[in-house]
Design a protein around this ligand. Structure first.
Ligand code: FO1
Length: 313
């Protein structure tokens, strides 16, 4: 079994590659839930839903969120009633948020709900939220403090970041199965997601970082940065906001002690020596995943470097 710590876009592209080589039952994903928020009274869990839609074959892969071909009639109507429409929830997507909210009101946990959704869509990959407890990312900027979705979607991630606060993280417990998925894994991958607000919250849940530090199996991270720019998303602004270098070296420094090896882009070869001094092995490759071939090639290399012999058959 391999375990992947995962956020939105980047990690999911790698997972699209991994499922070509590893039986889905042999893959566990620990997913960030600190982006979750309440939207018009509904519980929205963007990274969990994006993961589920991807593996169900429903994801709009142009945007890498929402459902392909979804309509937005509900959103247009609610806007006429005077509600804000900056968060584009499609009509089919709405059903998922409503379903989750109903189940939460009945006492189900995020883990139960993820399992139910996987069952509905016949998803065999194990999808675990990082925690069943509420953790909320707030981004402190020069324009004020905003919950993550407001910072990223409403304000387009443009404000200068001064810091990040993960409310509720100290009290959060790892969701059932999370610690076990790390201790029992034959290899661990930290996906190429934003290290501050996607992977950061997962590692911040008490117990997860310590467990990851203690395991003996190989732990590989794929950098989400090429040069001084994130491949996607707000990682650049967030890394500099917490005082770190916006580069694969900055990423490696966050994961020091947690990873054995980092995949960086061929163009960042010059950083290799500095990263090695952190006690982290460096593997240079083309890490941009645009085509299906890119995803498969990178996934194959990661599996090879994990030293794992996974056979889909
Ligand atoms: N991201 C956007 O940039 N704009 C949106 O309107 C938007 C809507 C949305 C609806 C449901 C959902 O599950 C995700 C959605 N996202 C949207 C993506 C998302 O909020 C972020 O990209 C992630 O939180 C970052 O991992």
């Amino acid at each position: 079994m391999i375990t992947v710590l995962s956020g939105g876009t980047g990690s999911l592209k790698l997972i699209q590659g991994l499922v070509n080589f590893i039986k889905p039952e042999e893959i566990t994903l620990i997913v960030n839930t600190a982006d979750d928020f309440e939207w018009l009274g509904l519980y929205v869990s963007p990274d969990l839903d994006t993961t589920i839609y991807l593996l169900a074959g429903l994801l709009d892969i142009d945007k890498f969120w929402g459902i392909k071909g979804d309509t937005f009639h509900f959103l247009s109507m609610i806007k006429r009633y005077g509600y804000e429409d900056w968060f584009s929830v499609g009509d089919q997507d709405l059903a998922t948020h409503l379903h989750r909210t109903i189940l939460i009101k009945k006492g189900h946990t995020l883990t139960d709900i993820a399992t139910k959704l996987c069952h509905t869509f016949n998803i065999k990959v194990k999808i675990l939220p990082m925690s069943d407890d509420k953790v909320t990312t707030f981004v402190k900027t020069d324009q004020g403090i905003f919950p993550f979705q407001e910072f990223w979607v409403k304000r387009k991630g443009k404000d200068k970041v001064l810091g990040v606060n993960l409310e509720g993280i100290r009290e959060a417990k790892p969701a059932p199965g999370v610690i076990e998925s790390i201790t029992k894994a034959e290899g661990i991958i930290i996906g190429p997601s934003n290290p501050v607000t996607s992977i950061g919250p997962i590692l911040g849940v008490p117990g997860i970082r310590k467990t990851l530090e203690s395991v003996r199996v190989k732990r590989i991270c794929i950098s989400p940065i090429v040069g001084t720019e994130p491949v996607s998303g707000p990682a650049g602004n967030l890394l500099s906001g917490i005082g770190l270098e916006v580069s694969s070296f900055g990423v490696a420094s966050i994961y020091q002690g947690l990873i054995d090896e980092i995949f960086i882009d061929n163009r960042d070869k010059a950083l290799a020596e500095r990263i090695r001094k952190l006690g982290i092995k460096v593997f240079c490759s083309d890490i941009i995943m645009k085509s299906e071939e890119d995803k498969m090639r990178l996934a194959k290399l990661v599996i090879k470097n994990l030293g794992a012999t996974y056979d889909k058959n």
